[in-house]
Design a binder for this molecule. Structure first.
Ligand code: ZN
Length: 174
């Protein structure tokens, strides 16, 4: 498994719409393994392929947050086939929007149809944190980041901060 570089906003690649996977093969499984490793090493609970620069409709999640009880989940070509009207609010963050957090409202329950790690079709009913995470990751496949739900002012402040951080991280002192 390889830890890949996570792209951070502002980056045009993160705004691309990811393409459906034709067939889940070894190449996709290798990507999912790498994504999971990358996500764990960054202490994240979800990652979409586009965040490592691959425009495929693939998501990995592990909301267990326990070192000894890992529960990785893989979603290929996920479709949200049902959402309920009731909303939940979570303070969200994102590995592509480092150190920034905001409260976001999303449907509290959703139903997803997807292909699993082996390419088998599955349906999952999600609620609570899992429902929020799936919707957050699904947004990545559409080129949407959680900061897009904020006011223009708040969003611009965050993007400015991120741009400054980026300039700093590009500096090298030798
Ligand atoms: Zn994210």
């Amino acid at each position: 498994m390889t830890i890949r570089k996570i792209l951070t906003e502002p980056n045009k690649i993160l705004r691309q719409i990811s393409k459906p996977v034709k067939k889940v093969e070894d190449e996709e499984r290798k990507l999912m393994d790498d994504m999971l490793e990358t996500m764990y090493s960054a202490n994240g609970i979800g990652l979409a392929a586009i965040q490592v620069g691959i425009p495929k409709r693939i998501i990995v999640l592990d909301i267990s947050r326990k070192e000894d009880q890992k529960n990785p989940m893989f979603f290929v070509n996920p479709l949200i086939i049902n959402k309920n009207k009731e909303q939940n609010t979570y303070e969200e963050g994102c590995l592509s929007v480092p150190d920034q957090f905001a409260e976001i409202d999303r449907p509290s329950k959703c139903e997803i149809e997807y292909l699993d790690y082996y390419g088998k079709k599955q349906i999952l009913k999600a609620e609570g944190l899992l429902a929020t995470c799936i919707q957050h990751e699904f947004d990545h496949l559409e080129g949407i980041l959680f900061i897009d739900y904020l006011s223009k002012l708040k969003k611009n402040i965050i993007i400015k901060k991120l741009s400054k951080q980026k300039v700093k991280s590009d500096r090298i002192v030798v």
